[in-house]
Design a protein around this ligand. Structure first.
Ligand code: NAD
Length: 271
């Protein structure tokens, strides 16, 4: 059995991923924001001391706490990290959590991965990364300047383009994956680093939109999924599990769209 750390493990895709990995016999440390219901159980239902990790990944303090708690719970060794925590608010916090929180998770836990067996890392991006973005936000995020990225995202909100925060955060973290994956830190250390870009998945993030008769067609037009329509979170879990398994020795730096065809519809033949 391997030891995984999954952020956003209390709900939706993170929860389904943790459930799938536990069913395969692995130990999963769930992390989520304080007050979330994290199942801190190991491979045979054995409770992990502390019952998972509470940390607000929008803050520097929460990111530090995540790494410190992970060290305590694992003796400094992790086999895989899956950064799933995310939000889709029309405001700059979306950039803090989805880009900076995810990057801090992966970079902060990288030393624990380096001590693990067949270490793997993955972030849940989104097919929304191919939608229009606010380039100032993306550029500042990729430069690692959180306050500049937040200021750019706030400027977009102020001119009535708050919806760009989500796509910008996902475009930034996707580009970060492609850039980081092939560096000495990741490829050089033998750690595949990928993103999975889901289409519309039925979770508490999207269910209210899908249940709204006015919003549902908007969602279906923005993210057309001819193969499947909006999907269940457990449909992503086997892909996420494989990309973070020892069997994955070649796939790195990829944004793997698991989107029922949305990327192919939206971007046509561009690869
Ligand atoms: P969800 O709301 O069901 O789960 C997200 C989890 O992240 C929650 O448990 C939440 O508490 C946690 N979280 C949010 N902010 C946090 C913070 N500051 N610190 C720690 N934890 C925090 O949503 P979901 O649909 O399962 O989304 C999971 C990931 O998948 C997100 O990154 C989301 O952007 C991405 N995604 C979702 C969809 C979709 O259609 N649902 C599509 C593409 C990508």
């Amino acid at each position: 059995p391997r030891t995984y750390l999954v952020t956003g493990a209390a709900s939706g895709i993170g929860r389904a991923t943790a459930d799938h990995l536990r069913a395969l016999g692995h130990a999963v440390i769930g992390a989520d924001i304080q007050g979330a219901d994290i199942q801190g159980t190991g491979s045979e239902g054995a409770a992990i001391e502390g019952g998972g990790i509470s940390a607000d990944l929008a803050t520097a303090e929460g990111r530090t706490q995540l790494v410190a708690q992970a060290r305590k719970l694992t003796d400094g060794r992790l086999d895989a990290v899956i950064a799933c925590a995310g939000i889709a608010h029309f405001d700059p916090r979306t950039v803090r959590v989805n880009h900076f929180g995810a990057v801090a998770t992966l970079e902060g836990l990288r030393p624990l991965l380096a001590a693990g067996t067949a270490p793997r890392a993955l972030v849940i991006g989104s097919v929304d990364a191919v939608h229009p973005t606010d380039e100032a936000t993306v550029e500042a995020a990729l430069a690692g300047d959180e306050e500049a990225a937040v200021a750019a995202a706030q400027a977009a909100v102020d001119r009535g383009e708050g919806h760009l925060a989500y796509a910008s955060s996902k475009a930034a973290v996707s580009r970060w994956v492609r850039r980081a994956a092939v560096t000495a830190d990741w490829a050089g250390a033998g750690i595949p680093l990928n993103a999975v870009g889901p289409g519309v998945i039925r979770t508490p993030m999207t269910q209210p939109l899908l249940d709204d008769p006015e919003m549902r067609p908007v969602v279906e037009q923005a993210v057309p999924m001819p193969l499947s329509g909006p999907a269940a979170p457990k449909e992503l879990a086997p892909l996420v599990a494989w990309l973070t398994s020892p069997e994955n020795t070649l796939v790195t730096g990829q944004i793997v769209f698991a989107d029922g065809g949305a990327d192919a519809v939206l971007r046509g033949e561009r690869t």
